[in-house]
Write a protein that binds this ligand. Structure first.
Ligand code: ADP
Ligand code: MG
Length: 244
């Protein structure tokens, strides 16, 4: 296992951050909502310009670049809107490992294996039951897997484990996603859950882990990270189990 370079975030930090996030989520969603209309109008106008300039016009490069930037702005505002969007699906009770055996996760793991990654999964077939919107948690895992893949440009091992923790407060489900990628520096690890923090340049929004964080908080769970630069990173989600 990778060595700890940072402490997991302490409970107090988590609470504080959760409050900040929910206020931020509402504000962000409000702004994103207001931006939707002007962004759509600009897209319509830009399409008009595109259709009315000569095929070989030097303006075409500028139009294309504006289209790229517009679609990036739309992507960002959609992400922000999703933050506080009430989920229309129902919560259900299911065994934690059913997330891993779900179709979207299996397809993704198969693709990684085909592309030369070593994929290891570890779980029993009677893990503790959790209450959640399954698809929302599948999205969270898909995002953590995507981050792991992006952290391993030279390939490597992705390990996903689901365990049941018995505590005095009842059972919990623990889900970890471990990679052997580039790792996260001590300086950056404090910022990864912040909105717009990314080390991946223009193409990335830096919103994935923030959305992940607020999804897990909403379920009364916690997410922690351990990393060692050059060796790898482990994200661990702990969710309250349903007592039977
Ligand atoms: P994005 O993927 O768009 O950059 P995220 O919120 O998903 O945004 O992640 C924020 C940052 O956290 C990433 O840019 C990267 O620096 C770091 N990060 C997240 N997951 C990993 C990982 N598994 N290994 C290394 N760095 C990671
Ligand atoms: Mg990401």
């Amino acid at each position: 296992m990778v060595e700890d370079v940072t402490e997991q975030m302490r409970i107090g930090d988590r609470m504080h951050r959760a409050e900040q996030l929910s206020a931020m989520g509402l504000l962000a969603a409000g702004v994103a909502y207001e931006l939707k209309m002007p962004l759509n109008l600009m897209t319509v106008d830009l399409n008009f310009v595109e259709n009315n300039i000569a095929e070989d016009s030097p303006m075409r490069d500028y139009v294309n670049s504006m289209k790229d930037e517009l679609s990036r702005m739309k992507q960002i505002s959609e992400h922000l809107l999703n933050l506080s969007k009430p989920e229309d699906s129902e919560q259900e009770v299911f065994e934690a490992h059913k997330l891993i055996t779900s179709h979207p996760i299996q397809i993704t793991l198969n693709r990684l294996q085909k592309n030369g990654f070593n994929v290891v999964t570890h779980y029993s077939d009677n893990t503790v039951k959790i209450r959640a919107i399954k698809n929302q948690l599948v999205q969270v895992l898909l995002h953590l897997i995507a981050n792991a893949e992006e952290a391993m440009p030279e390939k490597g091992t992705l390990r996903i484990s689901v365990d049941t923790l018995e505590t005095a407060n009842g059972p919990y489900a623990s889900i970890s996603i471990e990679d052997t990628g580039i790792g996260i520096s001590k300086e950056n690890i404090k910022k990864i859950f912040e909105p717009f923090f990314t080390t991946k340049g223009e193409k990335s929004t830096g919103l994935g882990l923030m959305v992940t964080y607020s999804t897990i908080e909403t379920l009364g769970g916690t997410i922690g990270v351990k990393s060692k630069p050059g060796e790898g990173t482990t994200f661990r989600i702990v969710l309250p189990g349903v007592r039977e």
